[in-house]
Design a protein around this ligand. Structure first.
Ligand SMILES: [Zn+2]
Length: 106
């Protein structure tokens, strides 16, 4: 299981869950806080997380989410590393999908 998106709004989380399921990707909403990462309490802890069941579908799921929000995916730029949680984020994301931190201005 893998988090592909965090949403402060549970309605939005449910919408994205449906979006992925319609695309054939098994997904569900995890109300964060029930499962907190060991040793880490991100400020987005109360956000709903959209999880995919199959980790290998995480990239596809994120692409679908991104396409919905921003239109055509952009592949320019380089991966960046979240300064809060250390997750490596693809260039088309402007904030960390894991903890919600904004991409640092370089
Ligand atoms: Zn992060």
């Amino acid at each position: 299981m893998r988090t592909v998106y965090s949403a402060a709004d549970p309605v939005m989380a449910g919408f994205i869950e449906n979006l992925l399921q319609e695309a054939g990707i098994p997904a569900y909403v995890n109300q964060a806080g029930l499962y907190s990462a060991a040793g880490e309490v991100p400020p987005t802890e109360t956000w709903a997380r959209i999880m995919v069941v199959h980790e290998e579908q995480a990239e596809e799921a994120r692409a679908i989410i991104l396409e919905y929000f921003e239109g055509e995916p952009q592949h320019d730029g380089e991966n960046w590393k979240c300064s809060r949680c250390g997750e490596v984020i693809e260039p088309q994301f402007t904030q960390c999908w894991n903890c919600g931190r904004e991409k640092p201005k370089s």
